[in-house]
Design a protein around this ligand. Sequence first.
Ligand SMILES: [Zn+2]
Length: 401
Amino acid sequence: MKPVLSTGGLSRESRNEAVYSARTILDLAGIALELRVSDEPGIALTINNNVLADARTLMDVFSISTLRRESDTGRFRSDGRFDERGITWDTLSAPVTAEARRIRTMIETIDPGYVWPESMESKHMRVIFTHDIDRVDFRDIFSLIKIPLQYICPRRTWLPWKRAMNPNMLFSVFKQVLELEFTYAIRSWCFFMGSGKGFGLRQARYNPEDRSVRRWLNSAGSMGTTIGLHGSYLAAETSRYGIEKKRLERVLSKNVSTHRNHYLRLNYTDYWHQLAHAGFRLDSTVGYADRIGFRAGIASLYRPFDPISGGQSAISVLPLVYMDRSYHLDDPDRIIAEIDAVFECVAQAKGQVAVLTHPESFALDDRWFDLYAAIIRTALDKGACVDGTLPSMRENEWIIH
Ligand SMILES: [Zn+2]
């Protein structure tokens, strides 16, 4: 049994796109077989002369998985990030994963004797609970502005003065979050900034070399947390991923191979190339800031398209399906219902996804402890593994601990 992709008549660029789509859905279906690319006319992915995916399907897979469907809307915010109000598709479903599952079912019919790689058979759904550490206390200029502002504008809730100025407050909240996770046997991941401290709105509020950060890293480390780099807002423009990674590694005295960008910022052109060049192996930035669900239409680890090489990137993406927003506390039942729908997709695909909360959310409103526990229970009810590990994507590849 050998999958064949015919690409006759396609330009080099379109051919690369078709190859990427075919390889991606085969990978997601758990089919590790080599893909033969032929110049025969009639664009399709076939196996033993059965069409697994036609030209339209391959194009759709490309558009969704590479986020072209969002860039094609032409809707962007003033800071260049995608404007999520331009979304016209259902974010709670994962259409690329659905295609891969359809193909898997077809293969089971075409060749009932096909031996699936063991890793695909034994693995189960995994949810990685993650935290972005944007600040280690509230004693900064923006917090100082927000404290009086909340009394003028009641919708802008912030902390009372005394609580905000307590240098230990946020750390003790962070420890409470880790303790809550411990009761569910969760090993979470924490993304720490690696840039120097800055004073702009989107710049880092701390430097990982600061003494005040040491206890955060120690606490996270003692709980078995995986520590990744929270790449700075301008890391892409200033080509600083490698520098930030090294700074965090120096503090930790160990290798840092996972990444998520501050503000979930990513560009469509050279982001994956930059991360691979800096030596990262996994990124978990692909997710919506304001929506729950699958930004790339995929419910498991996948390889993104690198426009520079014209093929799959060496980076693995762990899709981010949820980020905490303060208004979620106003309607927790709706939030849990949406998360339940998303986790159901992941469970059916035996996929892997990430959930993101910020310690500062818990400090600002302790109702987050209840909502977070409800999110955790929703994952556990689906049978999710939450120990912070991921399976290898292909044989002989790394496993994240
Ligand atoms: Zn951040």
